[in-house]
Design a binder for this molecule. Structure first.
Ligand SMILES: Nc1nc2c(c(=O)[nH]1)N=C([C@H](O)[C@H](O)COP(=O)(O)OP(=O)(O)OP(=O)(O)O)CN2
Length: 162
């Protein structure tokens, strides 16, 4: 007999960003320790369902490579062009994690949900913690709505290269 259950896995990465559209302290370049909790729906047929390592072997390295010690940046933020110019003129290679819209935690959740789903995992809920006091819970319905609304106008250019 097969039945569904949930496995919860936690990850984290450190990244810089800013909220260029907000008229407060969040406009400044600053950093966060982003805490990610993935709720995966898995099928259980015996003593084991999906092994923890099946998640860790893919998601851990992905977050390390694409996000950790990088900068989340809206490609429409003028700072993006400035950083790209700096990289060319100074021969530096910053880790820029490109968003097609503001780097809000809501948009980060959308992007991560998309990327993790495209890896073949069945996410039912994603929690993203940006600060000590703020966590968002983002589920399948949120993702379906965001896809429908095309939250990023070029939403489906999300980079999933691994
Ligand atoms: N709905 C959202 N609100 C805010 C977002 C967001 O992505 N979505 N982001 C921010 C900023 O990134 C900010 O860094 C976090 O702000 P804040 O909660 O004010 O963080 P603090 O830990 O500094 O809170 P204090 O209570 O002032 O210590 C803001 N809002």
């Amino acid at each position: 007999m097969e039945f569904a259950m949930i496995i919860r896995k936690k990850y984290k990465f450190y990244a810089a960003h800013r909220n260029e559209e907000l008229q407060d302290k969040c406009r400044n370049l600053h950093g966060h320790r982003y805490g990610i909790v993935c709720h995966f729906e898995v099928q259980r047929t015996g003593s084991y369902s999906t092994l923890f390592s099946d998640f860790d072997d893919k998601i851990g390295p992905f977050l390390k490579e694409k996000y950790d010690h990088g900068m989340l940046i809206n490609v429409n933020d003028p700072l993006y062009t400035t950083l790209k110019t700096h990289m060319v003129t100074h021969g530096e290679d910053f880790k820029l994690c490109e968003f097609q819209g503001p780097t809000s935690v809501e948009n980060l959740a959308y992007k991560l949900f998309t990327e993790i789903t495209r890896m073949g995992f069945d996410l039912s809920l994603l929690e993203v913690q940006e600060t000590d006091t703020s966590v968002i819970s983002y589920d399948r319905e949120d993702w379906a709505r965001d896809n429908e609304a095309q939250v990023f106008s070029a939403a489906h250019t999300v980079d999933t290269a691994q």
